[in-house]
Design a protein around this ligand. Structure first.
Ligand SMILES: [Zn+2]
Length: 185
């Protein structure tokens, strides 16, 4: 799984004949990643359909690409890798923005309460895993304590990722780029 910077633009409306009605989006990638195994250039093999739901609750279809390594002796020459645009979370329908809002305890998200609860639990296990496997610089002992109590894992992850509007998308990008993708939870 690879995640790249990209612009996502509205291409048109789908009629709902073979899926729910919704917008069709076009992905314009801003970069071509190097092979995560051997650093050789990669090339586009094919595309696949994907659904993503944003903060407005609209179901949108996108068509991300799959890449292969151009080096003929590399293992990834024959194993296409999914290349999601930044803001889309591997294996999850809701966007990174929705996940971040839930991680921050916001309730203005387009999900039912039980879905929010389920996503929150997933985020918590993700935070514990990412913090434990050293994807971000380890912090010194004192930073973990706020007024004598342990800081919440999701708050700690947000701080380590630098906070701001897209900290969760950055966590996903970093984690997915380390091989294996977000399959560990
Ligand atoms: Zn390669």
């Amino acid at each position: 799984m690879l995640i790249s910077k990209a612009q996502i633009m509205v291409r048109g409306e789908t009629s709902g004949r073979d899926c729910e009605a919704g917008q069709l989006l076009k992905i314009v990638y801003e970069e071509m990643p190097d092979c995560p195994r051997c650093s050789a250039p990669m090339s586009v093999r094919d595309h696949f359909w994907r659904v993503v739901i944003g903060m407005d609750g609209v179901r949108r279809k996108i068509r991300p690409r799959r890449l292969v390594c151009t080096c003929e002796t590399c293992a990834l020459h024959t194993r296409p890798q999914r290349n999601l645009p930044q803001g889309v979370v591997p294996g999850r329908q809701y966007s990174a923005e929705v996940h971040q809002a839930i991680a921050e305890g916001r309730r203005d998200v387009p999900c039912a309460p039980n879905t929010i609860h389920r996503i929150y639990r997933w985020l918590l296990s993700l935070a514990v895993f990412v913090l434990s496997c050293g994807l971000f610089m380890p912090d010194c002992e004192n930073v973990n304590e706020v007024d004598g109590r342990a800081q919440h894992p999701l708050e700690r992850l947000r701080d380590k990722a630098g906070g701001g509007e897209q900290w969760f998308a950055r966590v996903v990008e970093r984690a997915a780029g380390r091989g294996g993708g977000l399959h560990w939870v």
